[in-house]
Design a protein around this ligand. Structure first.
Ligand SMILES: C[S@@+](CC[C@H](N)C(=O)[O-])C[C@H]1O[C@@H](n2cnc3c(N)ncnc32)[C@H](O)[C@@H]1O
Length: 336
């Protein structure tokens, strides 16, 4: 994704200007290069009009832990060191903060809400999260402060995503992953996204690339939110999205094959054979794997490629921690 090459002494005023124009990409860190600073920017014509060189550079993403540390330091005023150790990571989805409160901190709920509101003054709801359940991977939430709703509009990667956490799966921590995939995609591709949810992957890719995406989702409420999201972002999207409501295992066999298939597979579902069969050039398959099983996971994909008479290069990337020693991983497959 692009970066603006700016002389060091001009970096601060230019950064302020980029922020004013809404084209500064705060998700990545700037980088020093000799007498210059590379400032992360979004792909927007306004950037080119500033008179500085625009370079395609991979700048590192800011770790989410930075945000977490803020809450920790705010709460240090009220919680003991021992209590702070029990504080879990949290997410902000639109104007909803979502946190897990372990039994050791149940008596500190009011302080945690106070801390979250201090760090994120715009939040209107604080919800405590349970686990993902069932085929639709919906979490069980209870609202512990604020308005009684779990519906909101979340902004990430230049798109607006309407979500209702009580009706459909959504994971804001995958924003870096969606951004990574959008960088890999090239204009003109035909892309299939089964298990599409409220369309976060499709929207982010279509925001930046002139592509044709076919997405499939079984949960009717996620599907309807996804349709709303296409409308909500209509003016921002370079690409087109066709959204199909149905069971991927019934719908995909009826579809043609695609340049790229992205499978954000629900946990516990094995869709490798089906989704790989629809990929012609690139394939991204997500799964949850114990670290000791990553080699076997890769091997299984290589075997399935040869069974389907596809010559493949497979790289497996850890995307996020799921539980101790178990990772959400993505197999990036190049098919020749
Ligand atoms: C892990 S979630 C990913 C959702 C979305 N891609 C995202 O990242 O937010 C998996 C999604 O697959 C959907 N799903 C589960 N089984 C399905 C099936 N057989 N066919 C189509 N979608 C399905 C669920 O409803 C859920 O929205």
């Amino acid at each position: 994704m692009p970066a603006l090459k700016v002389p060091k002494r001009k970096a601060e005023p230019v950064k302020r200007k980029l922020k004013r124009l809404g084209v500064y990409d705060g998700k990545r860190r700037p980088k020093r290069e000799g007498e210059f600073i590379l400032l992360p920017v979004v792909d927007d014509p306004a950037v080119r009009e500033l008179g500085y060189e625009v370079l395609p550079v991979e700048l590192p993403l800011r770790p989410e832990r930075q945000i977490y540390k803020n809450l920790e330091s705010v709460l240090a005023e009220r919680l003991s060191e021992e209590e702070l150790k029990h504080l879990r990571r949290y997410d902000v989805v639109g104007d909803i903060a979502v946190i897990q409160i372990p039994p050791e901190l149940e008596h500190r709920v009011d302080d945690i809400v106070w801390g979250l509101r201090k760090v994120h003054p715009f939040i209107r709801v604080v919800a405590q999260k349970g686990f993902h359940e069932g085929t639709f991977r919906i979490r069980d939430y209870s609202i512990i402060w604020g308005e009684k709703r779990l519906e909101t509009v979340h902004r990430e990667n230049g798109v607006e995503i309407k979500v209702d956490l009580s009706k459909a799966f959504f994971n804001p921590r995958m924003k870096g992953e969606r951004y990574r995939l959008a960088q890999l995609v090239r204009d003109g591709e035909k892309i299939l996204v089964p298990f599409a949810g409220v369309l976060p992957y499709a929207l982010v890719i279509a925001r930046y690339r002139k592509v044709k995406i076919t997405a499939v989702e079984l949960n009717r409420e996620a599907y309807e939110l996804g349709l709303e999201n296409i409308e909500l972002n209509r003016k921002r999207l370079k690409g087109e999205i066709e959204f199909i409501h149905g069971d991927a295992f019934e719908v995909l066999p009826e579809l043609p094959s695609y340049d790229r298939v992205i499978s954000p597979t629900p946990r516990g579902v094995d869709a490798l054979v089906l989704t790989l069969s629809k990929a012609e050039r690139w394939f991204h398959y997500y799964d949850f794997v114990h670290e000791a099983g990553i080699g076997d996971f890769k091997e299984r994909i290589i075997e399935e490629c040869s069974r389907q008479e596809k010559e493949c290069n497979v790289r497996v990337k850890k995307v996020s921690d799921f539980k101790p020693h178990v990772f959400k991983v993505c197999a990036d497959v190049r098919i020749r």
